[in-house]
Design a protein around this ligand. Structure first.
Ligand code: GLY
Ligand code: MN
Ligand code: MN
Length: 493
């Protein structure tokens, strides 16, 4: 570290490292940097500071979320890291995706960043630690592989203060400054090992677990801005499914990868990415719940189970599944199974309403599926009645998973919230959840007739709890078998 540097165009007055150190660091094959070149690179750059910025649209909402956090942990220092880049191989990193807790409380997505709340008065004074613009004086901006010349312009700290409505400091001082602080501290673990180590003794595992649980529960009810994001995620997802149907013939000619890639293109153009690994499962792959290898054949006459969701640029994701006949028409058995899942989903969606319990839609959907399994003789009605099947959970050999989950910044949002606030709670307006029953007959399941084996059906939609009942945010995609067929026919003509 060196202190005696004059700031150039950047807002990096402290500097990161001495010029000689930077010059020697990441200069690839061309390691010789003459003094003349180094001098040349220091000057001749325009002032690009953005001076007419406005706060992000989400700013009033993030401030409200921080206020709720502050009220819950008075007198304690709160640390919420965004996370760090992770190496994929050698000198290439995975695409960065900021931690949901950090995004929820700030609206920012910068790698390495940290939100800190210092106890102040009755509440907290929050600030952000961010990486400032790259230093031009010491060559960081062009000689360091993470300099702005390589990775793109960042916001200056002054710009970020306007955008996020928070004082901003240089993140390279975060560990030192936080380690020097005193008092009870909580951190969201798992995102920034360096900070956790710097805080060391100040941290306590139970306290941090309580912190995580609270932040997860804070996301249970979505505000108006978040609901807008989830609507946008669903709209883009509908577009992605439409793209896939239009390109099914090319998938038949290649593999499931064409489907994955087609959806992903839409996700990258209209959003940030997919919110989770797309499941493009053709034929018997549909019976593997998390089939993300997506390297199989796509055969006319079989079904395609596509479970995919676009994540918006603000990182809210949809989570939608459609099971489509690859040749455009369900055969009789496919339709029978599809209709059972459809009826289960209808019963599930009907159970989503304020005052209802989270478990209700699962129970309603499972009841329909168990009835069908009995009616088809896959569970022997001479041995079990419906109530006994449900009591013993026998239908679960073929229904396999829960019927839904909260949705938001994470596909399985609020997963760490208290049971009493989520799984055992009543639904309230503003919650957004999936309803996604399925039936899956494994290829090697000797307990079902041969013609069932290798068929998997799931239908999944994203449901907003409203004051009156619910709204299906992904209703832009048809669900009923005949509607699916006519929609596909219209697209493939
Ligand atoms: N796509 C994961 C899920 O449906 O929960
Ligand atoms: Mn889901
Ligand atoms: Mn899904």
């Amino acid at each position: 570290m060196t202190e005696d540097r004059t700031p150039a165009v950047s807002d990096n007055p402290e500097g990161l490292a001495a010029e000689e150190e930077i010059k020697g660091r990441k200069n690839g094959l061309y390691s010789e940097v003459s003094d003349e070149l180094a001098a040349s690179m220091k000057s001749g750059w325009a002032d690009t500071e953005l001076r007419d910025l406005r706060p992000i649209a989400q700013a009033p909402f993030t401030a409200g979320r921080r206020a709720a956090l502050s009220a819950r942990f008075p007198g304690e220092r709160l640390v919420v890291p965004a996370g760090r880049l992770r190496v994929r191989s050698n000198d290439t990193d995975y695409a960065f995706r900021a931690a949901s807790e950090y995004v929820h409380l700030t609206g920012d997505q910068s790698e390495d960043a940290v939100l800190v709340g210092e106890p102040a008065g009755d509440g907290h004074a929050f600030h952000l630690y961010l990486r400032p613009r790259s230093d031009r004086e010491n060559g960081e901006f062009w000689l360091d592989g993470y300099g702005e010349l390589w990775v793109g312009r960042r916001h200056s700290l002054a710009e970020a203060e306007v955008l996020y409505g928070l004082p901003c400091r240089d993140v390279r001082k975060a560990a030192e400054e936080l380690a020097a602080g005193t008092g009870t501290t909580r951190i969201v673990r798992g995102h920034d090992a360096e900070l956790e180590e710097a805080l060391g003794e100040a941290l306590d595992a139970d306290r941090d677990e309580e912190f995580k649980v609270f932040l997860s529960g804070l996301r249970l009810v979505k505000d108006a801005w978040e609901i807008g994001e989830l609507r946008a995620a669903c709209t883009a997802t509908v577009n992605g499914f439409t793209d896939v149907v239009r390109e099914l013939d090319r998938a038949v000619a290649t593999s499931e990868r064409w489907i994955e890639g087609t959806f992903w293109r839409r996700a990258r153009v209209e959003g940030n990415d997919v919110g989770y690994g797309s499941i493009a499962a053709a034929g018997p792959h549909a019976t593997t719940l998390h089939w993300v290898r997506n390297d199989g054949d796509v055969r006319p006459g079989e079904l395609l189970l596509l479970d995919a969701g676009v994540e918006t640029t603000n990182l809210y994701t949809a989570d939608v599944t459609r099971t489509l006949p690859i040749n455009g028409r369900f055969d009789a058995l496919q339709r029978k199974i599809y209709d059972a899942v459809y009826d289960a989903q209808e019963a599930g969606i009907a159970a989503v309403r304020p005052g209802g319990r989270f478990r209700d839609f699962h129970d309603a959907a499972q009841r329909v599926l168990a009835e069908r399994l009995l009616a088809w003789g896959l569970i022997d009605p001479a041995v079990y009645d419906l109530e006994k099947v449900l009591e013993l959970g026998l239908q679960r050999r073929w229904t396999l998973h829960g019927t839904g989950h909260m949705l938001g910044l994470d596909v399985h949002d609020c997963a760490h919230a208290r049971r009493e606030a989520y799984v055992d709670a009543e639904l309230v307006p503003g919650m957004v959840l999936t309803v996604e029953p399925g039936l899956y007959f494994q290829q090697d399941d000797l307990t079902v007739p041969e013609e069932y084996r290798g068929i998997g059906v799931r239908i999944e939609d994203d449901i907003l709890v409203t004051a009156e009942g619910n709204e299906n945010l992904s209703a832009g995609l048809p669900r009923r078998a005949d509607e699916v067929e006519s929609w596909m026919a219209g697209l493939t003509g």
